[in-house]
Design a binder for this molecule. Structure first.
Ligand SMILES: O=C(O)[C@H](O)[C@@H](O)[C@H](O)[C@H](O)COP(=O)(O)O
Length: 236
């Protein structure tokens, strides 16, 4: 259940995805009085967030929440909370309620319970979940062979948030301690949108489609789950 939307350039991808998200959030609000928008960090979705922030939507009724986070304080390098504040939560969207993952605990494992409590308050099913993918085949904070990955990928788990210790790599840098939504939380989204750009990531994506080992390429857990449709957005 993977639909591919491939574009000639990034501008067109941004325009199309921005309009789709705006429409989906509006229909969520129409149906339920509010909507939930799950957002990933990363450079790929940034233009979409910036464009969406200028859309005159009823942002007070749109709950924005993180898909994953590095265990750093807001304002420090790598903070997805800060990235989302600076990209999406600007202009009209500055009024949107926001839920982050980083809390006062010393590390993600110690912060997992409090994070779980916070996310239980988030209205579900979620309207949209935006995911990215790294060249190592990770998505959210599902990193290859990470500690906590098996539990995070258990689609029958009732847990929404999971602490992850990634293996240090060029992709993680120093930020190996993470919090992530679990696969079962992501599958509570009505729309899962995986954003990738460039030829290298296209190759990684195609390679992910060919195999089954989720530890090796955890993005497979999203692409191969067969429970919820996933749309892959790509531009060169
Ligand atoms: O916080 C993050 O970095 C993410 O949530 C992560 O999963 C991201 O989506 C990919 O690493 C792709 O990142 P780029 O879009 O920067 O390539």
């Amino acid at each position: 259940m993977v639909e591919e939307k491939f574009f000639a350039d990034r501008e067109r991808l941004t325009q199309a995805l921005t309009s789709e998200c705006a429409q989906l959030l509006q229909s969520g609000i129409k149906a339920n009085g509010q909507a939930t928008f799950l957002v990933s960090g990363g450079s790929t979705p940034e233009p979409v967030y910036r464009a969406l922030s200028k859309r005159p939507l009823p942002w007070q009724q749109i709950n924005v929440a993180l898909v994953d986070e590095r265990w750093v304080e807001p304002g420090e390098s790598g903070s997805n909370q800060t990235f989302i504040s600076n990209s999406l939560l600007q202009n009209d969207a500055a009024q949107a309620p926001f839920l982050g993952m980083k809390n006062a605990a010393e590390n993600p494992a110690a912060g997992e319970e409090a994070c779980e409590r916070d996310y239980r308050e988030l209205p579900a099913p979620y309207d949209i979940c935006i995911l990215g993918m790294g060249n190592d085949g990770h998505t959210a904070s599902f990193f290859p062979y990470a500690e906590g990955l098996d539990e995070a990928l258990d689609s029958e788990s009732e847990q929404l948030c999971k602490a992850i210790t990634a293996k240090q790599s060029a992709v993680t840098g120093a930020h190996t301690e993470r919090m992530t939504l679990t696969l079962s939380a992501i599958l509570q989204a009505k729309e899962i949108k995986l954003l990738i750009t460039g030829e290298d990531k296209l190759k990684v994506y195609r390679q992910a489609l060919l195999g089954d080992d989720e530890q090796e390429m955890p993005v497979r857990s999203i692409l191969k789950q067969g429970l919820k449709p996933v749309t892959v957005y790509w531009a060169p």
